[in-house]
Design a protein around this ligand. Structure first.
Ligand SMILES: C[S@@+](CC[C@H](N)C(=O)[O-])C[C@H]1O[C@@H](n2cnc3c(N)ncnc32)[C@H](O)[C@@H]1O
Length: 210
């Protein structure tokens, strides 16, 4: 995977873009269902979700301003710019300061960093501290959908969920062998998913309810 060249003024380039989230958006769309992707990268997945489901509001959280800039630049080249899509340029930890209520129907976590070292376990976006925080912004019965190429992160996540009695709705260690399953029927692939699929890497998926 190619190295990303940092764009030094990406922060300034994106800050006034209408695709960047601000608090007014919550009242503007207050009757709609909100969906969040954490670590949305260049936006392939969240953009497609927004196009397919224009009655819902999609928000992508991405810590790199360069990557958010690239996502927005790509969207601006499209003929139709979804009016139900926004980005937040911040670390996942900060979203709990931005959203103080249970507003999300679903959170997507796609191909997040595995943080393989034991001492970095708490940085994994599926570690227990994060799972508890997600409950603060997920609606009652809200759902989390998680996909990863990383088999250890998949096992770790299943273990944390089982140990802490989360309601696992679905799991598979081979999404592409189970595309006919009702939970995978409308699968939208992410940029990283495409890359790993091309390398014949199995893709893991877990869905759970909070
Ligand atoms: C491996 S990429 C996956 C991108 C996309 N979800 C996909 O599947 O193609 C992980 C992305 O998450 C972002 N990221 C990693 N940790 C994050 C965090 N704590 N908060 C927000 N974004 C994060 C990275 O900058 C990167 O763009």
């Amino acid at each position: 995977m190619g190295r990303l060249r940092t764009i030094k003024n990406a922060n300034n380039l994106i800050k006034n873009d209408p695709l960047i989230f601000n608090q007014n958006i919550l009242s503007k769309h207050k009757r709609k269902n909100f969906y969040l992707e954490i670590g949305s990268g260049k936006g392939q997945f969240i953009v497609q979700q927004a196009i397919n489901n224009h009655n819902n509001i999609y928000i992508g959280v991405e810590k790199s301003s360069t990557i958010v800039y690239k996502a927005i630049k790509k969207i601006r080249k499209q003929e139709l710019i979804p009016s139900n899509l926004y980005f937040i340029n911040c670390d996942a930890k900060k979203i709990f300061d931005i959203f103080k209520h249970k507003i999300f129907k679903k959170i997507f976590i796609n191909f997040c960093d595995p943080w393989p070292k034991k001492r970095h376990e708490k940085r994994r976006l599926t570690s227990l501290p994060f799972l508890c925080l997600y409950q603060k912004i997920l609606k009652k019965d809200g759902i989390i959908e998680f996909k990863t190429d990383n088999d250890s992160l998949y096992s770790f996540t299943l273990e944390v969920l089982k140990k802490n009695k989360f309601k696992i709705m679905y799991f598979t260690n081979d999404l592409y062998k189970n595309l006919n399953n009702i939970f995978n029927f409308n699968n939208i692939s992410t940029e990283y998913e495409d890359k790993f699929f091309k390398k014949n890497k199995n893709i893991n998926k877990i869905i759970w309810r909070c």
